[in-house]
Write a protein that binds this ligand. Structure first.
Ligand code: G3H
Length: 541
């Protein structure tokens, strides 16, 4: 089959889907979790369509894969009440529980979660079109993240289990919870990135209200029972429905203490403004990015092409860390484009379950219209699609388009395409990409491809103060998960990583006393008789 034919016949008939990957029946989710109870929803439901379309007799259409409750403000506020009661002004069971006991609850959750791997992976694949292999990786990476978080919290607790004596004052310094946390993850890593905020929030003692992203809702359903079973009532609450209906009342209540959100800055800007108590709200945010790759004239082209392919097109470019603009030195631009376009041509296109498939349908409905608009706009300003078939569309499938030469008049120059369009800009003076990065509203990461240590060093120093990670001869990425993940400007607020997240979801609190005899006696008695969970030298092994 030619590529053209493959694109035209990319979607299967229902009977052509391998049995192992079928969704036997649509998942009609009818329950939501509030206050430790799975509550049946009698009201309106939201249909869920997969980006995978199915070829029928007459037409090809997105596959309907289920539905979920479209809750209203009333249920949202009920979730808030349940979480607020669980926190009980910091006096609830969960915020006052010892770290050791909280870990036991999280371990129990992981055990239950592992049993749901197959179901979650299948739903992840169907709901957002992520390849089967990547969906499995997302699940496993999430479990590893939770286990690493448990180890990190043990270390933190060990460090806090001692007294500090300074200037005659005895202190015990720990990290304490902040309060009710609203967790909202993104559609592209609906499991992993949600859990990288949800789990640290929980383990530090904060009750959580969790709202899944617009795409990537059903995959959480198999875990609802695990949440209910593993945590005390009200510690984990879930709300579903339209964000603009169910989220603003939560923010406007003034009772949310942490807004943990991974998604677009446009959405979060308006949410933050709805909170009446600005200083009460802590925000932990992972937002937009337009990461740049700079290919220097002495770059190892084979390596640069390989990494730029991964950086621009892994999961169809739907990663916040994706390389979204390539600056290529004009001396090597032709050769780079030739090799890059050839490499794009070799990427396997297909359905998410097909072995080796890299380019799959894009997750968001109507996204291909937007991507087509971007390419057309670039063409109107002198850009060309450099690769064969670039920009061809079949329903939710968009064949990657390499667009060159991109300039500042084009939308692709500034907009975060979040899809398989690769804009390339030629440059002769290194100040061109540097100035772009300085003027950009975003500041997450960048990649430099080159072989001269002096030149790379001269770029690192100005650029580390513009972005938060400079990658040398490698694509941008979040992992390893112990590395800090953050950004400047409109790209992030706060820092996430296995250890940083524990800080983000807690505040340092201490008990201090002048070292008088009476105080020493009081502290000794409290510690010796285990009278306090906070003031304690208990050590987790
Ligand atoms: O969407 C943004 C993700 O955090 C990217 O993670 O670099 O591991 O794909 P990744």
């Amino acid at each position: 089959m030619t590529t053209e034919e493959k694109i035209a016949h990319i979607f299967p008939a229902a009977s052509e889907i391998p049995e192992a990957h079928r969704l036997s029946v649509p998942l009609e989710q009818t329950k939501y979790l509030i206050g430790g109870k799975l509550i049946e929803w009698p009201g309106e439901k939201q249909n869920v369509y997969s980006p995978v379309c199915i070829k029928g007799e007459a037409d090809t259409e997105p596959q309907r894969i289920g539905s979920y409750p479209k809750l209203t403000e009333t249920e949202s506020l009920a979730a808030l009440d349940a979480a607020t009661a669980a926190y009980n002004n910091g006096r609830g069971e969960w915020p006052t529980m010892s770290v050791r006991d909280r870990i036991t609850h999280i371990e129990n959750f992981v055990r239950l979660m592992r049993g749901k791997r197959e179901e979650v992976v299948r739903l992840l694949m169907w709901e957002i079109g992520k390849t089967f292999a990547d969906s499995q990786r997302e699940f496993d990476r999430t479990v590893d993240y939770i286990l690493a978080t448990i180890e990190a919290v043990k270390n933190l607790d060990r460090d806090s289990s001692r007294f500090v004596i300074e200037e005659g004052i005895i202190g015990q310094i720990r990290r304490s919870p902040l309060g009710v946390t609203l967790c909202m993850g993104p559609f592209n890593y609906p499991l992993n990135e949600t859990y990288t905020i949800l789990i640290p929030a929980l383990i530090m003692g904060n009750p959580v209200i969790f709202k899944p992203p617009k795409y990537g809702v059903l995959l959480h359903q198999p875990l609802l029972d695990a949440f209910r079973e593993a945590f005390p009532a009200g510690v984990v609450n879930t709300v579903y429905g339209e964000g603009r209906v169910i989220v603003p009342p939560l923010m406007a209540s003034g009772k949310i203490s942490i807004l943990a959100f991974i998604g677009s800055s446009r959405v979060v800007d308006s949410l933050k403004k709805q909170h009446p108590k600005v200083h009460r709200l802590r925000s932990v945010l992972g937002l937009d990015a337009k990461n740049v790759g700079v290919v220097l004239p002495d770059a190892d082209l084979k390596l640069a092409v390989k990494e730029c392919i991964l950086g621009t097109l892994s999961y169809n470019g739907q990663r916040c860390t994706a390389l979204k603009l390539l600056f290529v030195h004009q001396n090597i631009a032709d050769e780079f484009l030739k090799q890059f376009s050839e490499a794009v041509g070799k990427l396997k296109i297909g359905m998410p379950w097909e072995e080796g498939a890299v380019i799959t349908p894009v997750a968001e409905q109507h996204k291909t219209d937007y991507l087509t608009e971007l390419v057309k706009d670039a063409e109107a300003f002198g850009g060309k699609v450099m690769n064969e078939h670039g920009g061809k569309v079949n329903h939710t499938f968009f064949y990657p388009a390499v667009v060159y030469p991109v300039n500042e008049k084009m939308r692709l120059y500034r907009e975060e395409q979040f899809g398989p369009v690769v804009p390339v800009i030629p440059f002769s003076d290194i100040s061109t990409p540097i100035d772009y990065i300085i003027e950009s509203n975003y500041g997450q990461q960048m990649s430099i491809f080159g072989s001269d240590a002096n030149e790379i060093a001269s770029l690192i120093d100005p650029l580390v103060n513009q972005v938060c990670r400079v990658n040398i001869n490698s694509q941008c990425q979040r992992g390893p998960d112990v590395f800090p993940f953050t950004g400047r400007k409109d790209s992030a607020e706060g820092t996430l990583s296995v250890t940083d997240a524990l800080r983000a979801f807690s505040i340092r609190t201490l008990v201090a006393a002048k070292g008088t005899d009476i105080n020493k006696n009081i502290i000794t008695e409290i510690v010796r008789d285990h009278k306090s969970a906070f003031l304690s030298t208990d050590f987790i092994l």
